[in-house]
Design a protein around this ligand. Structure first.
Ligand code: SAM
Ligand code: SF4
Ligand code: SF4
Length: 334
């Protein structure tokens, strides 16, 4: 029987964060002032083991999850990450993918493919090195990320998708160059509205460049038309170039809430399940698993948590009714 929440939404998509650590310090996600040298990251015993993650993933799959996205922090900094992929790849009928900043892709792309990864999403916010470096805040160059994308494409991790977070006054000037470049390359570029996740990035509505504005900017030079979603609950609104030059996506989580069809749950590195990106509390599955719970019991808890779910944060954002602090993006991975 399909599991549905109080708003009749099924559970289809599970995002698993495999580490809270990252080799970047993106200003909108892990600002250096907060995630500095003294920041206490989770230690090894606090994060789920590969066996624990796989056991939970299997259980979620039995409840109807059909897509698993691995994320972080930066998933490729987790030791032996391809081994986890190989374990998850044994779960039948699963769309297995990941989001990465791309820095370590040249080294790992082939191993990821061999382990059973289907495709990859790589984040890149600008083609301009000054802008990109000011955003990743660790002096990481654009060329290396593109090298990572190309390594993934060569390994067959396709279609490659590219995530670009747009922050006003920082990288709007990169919208057109990015669109031109990835249209040429044939990678699917997705623009993400800067979101008020967590409570450390100092988010302000004024910093958001809306998806509508982004479409207008591209449309003036390269006319676009909307196309149908691939499936119900797809996060990115799809647009294609009228001349047949491929497509782009808009993730308008701030200006056009898509809670109505939201079928996603998120498992943090320490085993907490969040039923909304903007949740302030997660349900602890690590304690449950480590206290010797059976698969049946775990399954029952998943059903209870999802059955009670009523989240629709983006739809009610304007009411400003959600108490702080919210979970950080680097804990649940987007
Ligand atoms: N480290 C990996 C990466 O950057 O691709 C995976 C984790 S990252 C948290 C997942 C996605 O969330 C990235 O595409 C990132 O750009 C996006 N992201 C992080 N903070 C965001 C924010 N405040 N608003 C919108 N997107 C954000
Ligand atoms: Fe790291 Fe990704 Fe967050 Fe950037 S967006 S700090 S790469 S986790
Ligand atoms: Fe889903 Fe929460 Fe985002 Fe709404 S705000 S789309 S419920 S994650």
């Amino acid at each position: 029987m399909t599991l549905t929440d109080t708003l009749n939404r099924p559970l289809r998509d599970l995002r698993i964060s495999v580490t809270d650590r990252c080799n970047f310090r993106c200003v909108y996600c892990m600002p250096k002032e907060v995630f500095g040298p003294d920041y206490q990251f989770l230690n090894r015993s606090q994060i789920l083991t590969f066996e624990e993650i796989t056991r939970l993933a299997r259980n979620f799959a039995s409840h109807g999850v059909r897509k698993i996205r691995l994320t972080g922090g930066e998933p490729l900094v987790r030791k032996d990450f391809p081994e986890l992929l190989a374990m998850l790849a044994e779960i039948p009928d699963l769309d297995l993918t990941m989001t990465t900043n791309g820095a370590l892709l040249p080294k790992f792309a082939q191993a990821l493919k061999n382990a059973g990864l289907k495709r990859v999403t790589v984040s890149l916010d600008s083609l301009d090195n000054d802008i990109f470096k000011s955003m990743n805040d660790v002096d990481f160059p654009v060329e290396k990320v593109i090298e990572g994308m190309d390594a993934a494409a060569a390994a067959g991790l396709t279609p490659i998708k590219v995530n670009m977070v747009v922050k006003r006054g920082v990288n709007e000037s990169s919208i057109l160059p990015m669109a031109r470049f990835f249209r040429e390359k044939g990678y699917i570029l997705r623009f993400i509205e800067y979101m008020d996740v967590g409570s450390t990035n100092g988010w302000r509505m004024d910093d958001v460049v809306s998806a509508r504005e982004i479409v207008q900017i591209i449309n003036q030079e390269m006319p676009l038309e909307p196309i149908d979603p691939n499936y119900r609950g797809e996060v990115a609104e799809r647009w294609r170039y009228k001349d047949g030059g491929g497509e782009v996506g808009m993730i308008a989580s701030v200006t056009q809430a898509f809670c109505r069809d939201c079928n996603r749950a998120r498992l943090s590195a320490e085993g907490k399940l969040y039923t909304c990106l903007f949740a302030n509390k997660g349900h602890d599955f690590r304690d449950l698993i480590r206290s010797g719970a059976s698969d049946e019991e775990i399954s029952q808890v998943i059903a209870n948590v999802w059955g009670k779910r009523a989240d629709r944060y983006s739809e009610i954002r304007s009411e400003n009714s959600i108490p702080l602090p919210k979970v950080e993006m680097s804990h649940i991975g987007g």
